[in-house]
Design a protein around this ligand. Structure first.
Ligand code: 4NP
Length: 160
């Protein structure tokens, strides 16, 4: 099994969207038995909450039902997951701070690394903005999700 964890700040906007979009891609390719996929936040302020209603509405328009509950990142996640995919550089810094010895640093990657056609390096936080920000996040995580799945398939084909 391959574990993929998506991480943002609050785990109510970007990472649940990335989780939902990636799950749909994995199911499309019939690979759901090979993956476990989850998301988490670097803060616990929204623990137990559903994704932000603005994100759920925009996702539903694309046929994505986002229903995971917010939870904070925990130390066990570093061992449990093979890929820890963060949305922005602040997330990267916050996640790496928890891995003080750098044992897991190869696992922690920026989502937009997997969207080479985009000039953006970070998935912007839509929380304090307008509706368009949520659509932009969905566009970004859907296309980067394709790149991530392709990259994992290539790595697995190489036996890594
Ligand atoms: P997310 O968005 O990191 O994409 O889930 C945010 C959610 C909550 C807050 C900030 C960003 N907040 O400040 O509570």
């Amino acid at each position: 099994m391959i574990g993929v964890l998506f991480v943002c700040l609050g785990n109510i906007c970007r990472s649940p969207a990335a989780e939902g979009a990636f799950k749909r891609l994995v199911e499309r390719d019939g690979l759901q038995d090979k993956f476990f996929i989850d998301s988490a936040g670097t803060i616990d302020r929204h623990q137990g909450e559903l994704p932000d209603s603005r994100m759920r509405t925009r996702a539903k328009e694309r046929g994505l039902n986002l229903s995971s509950r917010s939870r904070p990142l925990v130390d066990e996640d570093f061992d449990k997951f093979d890929y820890i995919i963060v949305m922005d550089k602040a997330n990267h810094r916050d996640v790496c701070k928890r891995d003080a010895k750098g044992h897991y640093k190869e696992k922690v990657r920026l989502m937009m690394e997997f969207a080479p056609d985009s000039s953006l390096q970070e998935v912007p936080d839509p929380y304090f903005g307008g509706i368009e920000g949520f659509n932009q996040v969905l566009d970004m995580v859907e296309s980067a999700g394709e790149g991530l799945l392709k990259s994992i398939k290539q790595q697995k084909a190489l036996g890594i």
